[in-house]
Each structure stands twice: as C-alpha cells, then as structure tokens.
Design a protein around this ligand. Structure first.
Ligand code: NAD
Ligand code: UDP
Ligand code: UDP
Length: 320
C-alpha cells in the first residue's frame, strides 16, 4: 500500500488481531482510514480480523514488535502486549521485552516518520492502589519483583519511554491508562474474569471466584473504550496524557458472578479458589480528565447491557 494521500490516513495498529485492536481497526476502517495491522498472533486470533480479508484498505503483517519495523504510516496505535495474567505470566521475560523493546521500536518509527503515537497503558501502573478512585497524578503501589511485575513494570517503563521521547525528541505521544474492559472477541480461554465467568456459566461449569470475591473492578464495555481511543488520537497537540479510560461503576467480583448467573440463567455454582499473589483489592478510574480533555467522553454502555451483548457473542462462539 502506498503512503497516504492528503485526505486519507494510513494507520498502524500493533496488536491488531487481539480483542481491543480488532475493534479499533473496525472503527478506523469505518471512518475511511487505511489500516496496517501488525501482530505476532501470540494471544491474538486471525478470526478477529477474518472479516477484513479482501478489504483493499486493510493489510495484515505478522511481525514481533520487539524487532525493528520499517513501514510508512501517518499514525501509530501501539497495543501489542498480552493483557491477561495467565498469558503475560506464561513467558514473563518476553512480556517485559514486548512492552519495553516494542515501545522503543514503535517510538523510533514515530520519530523517523514524525507521526503521532498512541500507547495502550493500563490501570496496572497503579498496582494495588492506596488511592481510590485512581487519579492520573497517583504514582501507584507496584511490587517490582512479583508475578505481575513483568506486565506492570513493563507498562510503567513504556510510559517513561513515551514521555522521554516527547521531551527529548518532541514526539506527539498519546498515552491512555485502560481499566478492565470486556466485550465480544475476548478469547474463550483468555483467563480474564468476565470471559471466564461467562464461558463457565454457558458451559454449566463452576464459576471460579478467586479469594472471597470482595475485591472490586470497574468494567468498561469495549465500544466505549474505543471511542475514547479515537478521541485521544484526535485530541490537540497539547494533549498527551496519561488519561484514564474506563467505566467508573465499581462492582465486587462476587456481584459480577451473580449478574452473569442471572443473565445466563445457568445452574452453575460459585466456588472459591485462592487469590493470586499481588491481586489488587480495588480498582476504579477517576475519569474527570478524560471528560475535560476528550470532548466530554464518558461510557454509555452499562454493565448489564454490555454483559448481555458479550453473552450473546460467547453463545454463538461456543456453538460454532
Ligand atoms: P489481547 O491479548 O487480545 O491483544 C494483544 C495483542 O497483541 C494480541 O493480538 C497479541 O497477539 C499481540 N502481541 C502480543 N505480543 C506481541 C508482540 N511481541 N508483537 C506483536 N504483537 C504482539 O489483549 P487486549 O485486551 O486486546 O489488550 C490490548 C492492549 O490493551 C494491550 O497492550 C493491553 O496491555 C492493553 N490493556 C488492555 C486492557 C483490557 O482490559 N482489555 C486493560 C489494560 C490495558
Ligand atoms: N526503529 C524502527 N523503525 C524505524 C526507525 C527506528 O523500528 O523506522 C527502531 C530502531 O531499530 C531503534 C529504535 O527504533 O532500535 C529506536 O530508534 P531511535 O531512532 O530512537 O534510536 P537509535 O536508532 O538512535 O537507537
Ligand atoms: N478473577 C476471578 N475468577 C476468575 C478470573 C479472575 O475471581 O476466573 C478475579 C481476579 O483474581 C481479579 C479480578 O477477578 O481479582 C479481575 O481479574 P482479571 O484477570 O480479569 O483482571 P485484572 O486482575 O488484571 O484486573
């Protein structure tokens, strides 16, 4: 694909075959952009982008972001990184490399091309937070040597690199901190709580609550999140973040299990399993900054509706 003409952007999405990346690509194509999807398919799935085969404005490249990438694009969304604890803990050294070497390579690319670059950072930079809800000015409470550190510290270092490239090389960086997001195209074996509970419920298996289920998370439906991504990339040259993007409605994990049981009508029972090491006890974004800087952005889809859509997706997927 040749580089863009003045009125059409060519956009690179790393991690584009994953859950969030594939939704982002759909929105970019819908609005007329050209998309180059770069993914090594570690946790991503070609089935997430199969529907784009044959679209002349879409191109897939199998590539690991830990290696240099020489392409011509007008904007970069850097999403490549396993996101679920079971996946990022499978090869923790590779996880840190993906965040850090991946960031360096994509920032080097953005520097050469003088193009804006977006980073999918995470609420995990706050660790097990002592400040609640989490505001962007909070520096976090992260164990540097635990089993989650490869992900948390990798993402923290990536943020450092983004802001140093901004200060040192004048790059237009756009960093968002994503809070727990769910929706269609999560992998059946993803391991994160929403997909686990729904798949367990639909298969009539026990619903596995880790710990007593009193820990909290605030769940954002994927469409709301992607709208926030697009507004961030389109925000003016003075907006760099980090900005929290998430749904501030907070639930305990037990409440989530009960909602999934009610909405699926399953006969599954709740069982408890040990709480993993360093599992954060509470999490809820303060989204004041997102509202201010991203044109009144706020989530539109509440948990019940989002769960219904996600359950419908998994019903079809499991029946296929
Ligand atoms: P996902 O696992 O579905 O997608 C990640 C994608 O990155 C996959 O397609 C995977 O194959 C690809 N990838 C991994 N390592 C790579 C490498 N070295 N080179 C190229 N591609 C690679 O996860 P997701 O939920 O879509 O997450 C996307 C991004 O958003 C990640 O950076 C994640 O850290 C961040 N994030 C997600 C959430 C969430 O709740 N979904 C929360 C916080 C942050
Ligand atoms: N890089 C890349 N594509 C490019 C330009 C750079 O992948 O088009 C990589 C390059 O391999 C380098 C990294 O980005 O390792 C950082 O580039 P930068 O120019 O910041 O640093 P330097 O090359 O001076 O180490
Ligand atoms: N969790 C759970 N049962 C599961 C999967 C996860 O109780 O089958 C818990 C997990 O311990 C954590 C919360 O749900 O407290 C969210 O876990 P997830 O892996 O989805 O996201 P993260 O911990 O990264 O926020």
């Amino acid at each position: 694909m040749p580089r863009l003409s003045a009125n059409r952007r060519r956009v690179l999405v790393t991690g584009g075959a994953g859950f969030l990346g594939s939704h982002l690509i759909d929105r970019l194509l819908e609005r007329g952009d050209e998309v180059l999807c770069v993914d090594n398919l570690f946790t991503g799935d070609k089935s997430n982008i199969d529907h784009l085969t044959g679209n002349p404005r879409f191109e897939f490249m199998r590539h690991d972001v830990c290696l240099p990438l020489h392409v011509e694009v007008d904007a970069i969304f850097n999403l490549a990184c396993p996101a679920s604890p079971i996946h990022y803990q499978h090869d923790p050294v590779q996880t840190t490399k993906t965040s850090v070497h991946g960031a360096i390579n994509m920032l080097g690319l953005a520097k050469r091309l003088k193009c804006p670059i977006f980073q999918a950072s995470t609420s995990e930079v706050y660790g097990d937070p002592a400040v609640h809800p989490q505001v962007e000015s909070y520096w976090g409470n992260v164990n540097p040597i635990g089993i989650r550190s490869c992900y948390d510290e990798g993402k923290r270092c990536a943020e450092t690199l983004f802001f140093d490239y901004h200060r040192q090389h004048g790059l237009d960086v756009k960093v968002v901190r994503i809070f727990n997001t769910y929706g269609p195209r999560m992998h059946v074996a993803d391991g994160r709580v929403v997909s686990n509970f729904i798949v367990q419920a639909l298969q009539g298996n026990d619903i596995t609550i880790y710990g007593d289920g009193g820990q909290t998370r605030s769940f954002c439906y994927v469409d709301d999140l992607i709208e926030g991504f697009l507004r961030m990339m389109d925000a003016g040259p003075d907006v760099h973040g980090p900005i929290n993007i998430g749904n501030p409605n907070e639930f305990t994990i037990r409440e989530l299990a009960e909602q999934v049981i009610a909405l699926t009508g399953t006969g599954s029972k709740i069982v408890t399993q040990p709480l993993p090491q360093d599992d954060p006890m509470q999490r809820k974004p303060d989204i004041t900054l997102a509202k201010q800087q991203l044109n009144d952005w706020e989530p539109q889809v509440q948990l019940k509706e989002g769960l219904e859509r996600t359950i419908a997706y998994f019903r079809k997927k499991l029946a296929a």
